[in-house]
Structures are given as C-alpha cells and as structure tokens.
Ligand binder design. Sequence first.
Ligand SMILES: [Zn+2]
Length: 252
Amino acid sequence: MEVDKKCLVADRVRSQGSESALYWNWKTVLVDPSLISSFQELQSLLENIQVSEASDRWCWSSNSAGIFSVKAVKRLLKAEFDYENRFIMDWCKWIPAKCNIHAWRSEMDKIPTGAALKKRNVQLGDSLCPLCSSVEETSEHIFIACHVASIIRNGISSWCKIPNIFAFSIKDLFGIHKELRASDKKKDAVQGIIMIVCWSIWRARNNVIFSNKAIKVGSIISDVKALGFLWFVNRSKYKELGWSEWCSFVNM
Ligand SMILES: [Zn+2]
C-alpha cells in the first residue's frame, strides 16, 4: 500500500519531544474492510512505540542490555536443549580407560560399526554384523540384539551367579549392576565385567574382519574372565581375591 517502497521508518514516524506522529502515504484510500482492520491492528501495535532521534544501531534482543556477547549466544543456544534425559555413564574405576571410553562411545553410537561407516560413505562391502551376518551392524545390535552377544551375556550371568542379563539398550546394560541385590564389591565387579564384555565382543568382531578369525563364544568368555581378574586384582581395592574365587565368583 506504500507509495514509496524505499521509505524509512523515520519518514513515517516522526517524533517531537515525547510525542510521535504517524505520516502515511498510501496508494489509495483505505476502503477494504480487511485492510481497515489490519490498519487498526497496526496502529494499536504502534501506539506505545517511541522513536528516538538517535541514529540506527544493531541490538541483540536476547539479553536486556541489548549488547551482543559470545556468552549471550551460548546461553541462548543452550536454553534450547533439554538435558533432562541424557545418559551419564558411571565410569568404572578398576578397568582401563580404553574400556571405559569404548563403553561410553558405544552408548553414543560413536564406534565404527558397519552402519556408522556406511552413513559416512565408507564402502566396505556389506555392513552386516560380522558375528551373525544377518542384520546391519549398529552398536545397539552388536552389544544387545545380536544372538551371539546374548549367548555371551548368558554365560557371563551364570558365571557371576546373577539373573540372566536382559537389556533393551546399551544404557540399560550399563545400569544393570545397580539393580542387583548384591554387595558393593559384587556390583562393582559386575559393572566392569559388562564393560569388558562389550570391549571383548568388539575385539572379537575386529578379529573376524581384519584377521579372518572365527567367532568363539567360549574364548570371548574366557578372555573376559582372564582380563577381568588381571584388572580387578591389580586395579581395584580388592587385591586379596584369588583366581579360583574369581572363577567361581565366590566371596564377592
Ligand atoms: Zn549380529
């Protein structure tokens, strides 16, 4: 409706002292009822607007001072996120950092599985799970859904004398030790053992791909027992535990 499409706000809103007056320059007289109602709406919006004599400037609207700062941007960006449901992994103190980091990355789906590589356009033939060759390999599959992983979990459960480990997600898996009705020592041991299981499955999976070695559930479980013992006895506060006690999982 404006005649001069390049006019400035200052051409239409003029201030004198604390009073502002509006100067319109429409193409036609307003007769259309919908235009009139829009115009009334506009006037009510402009009612309390004061235009100062100062020259124009940029204003950062997300803080009250109107001044831009990196801190203000950071606060604005963070306000958008909901951190309520984020998973905070409990670090296991008696296993090495490499196992903790592997567990942490697995939960975030940040390990180079077939599906992850395919997503990043890394061509490696098929992206099937090297353990079962039937489903696309994701971290959720290889540690939770894969039947090889579930056989290993059953073996570990019976060794540790705990109910069969059922998990629907990696997050569940790393929280199972907390639900056990057992001593702190046993909970501590089971937490680390579950992480070693994931790490050992990943190592066995790499051996299938890179060294053409067949998967042997029994040897994965033996690896978990042996590495677990080595680390538990040397790195935890329970140094008095013997190998036979560890193997039969007693005095835990
Ligand atoms: Zn599988």
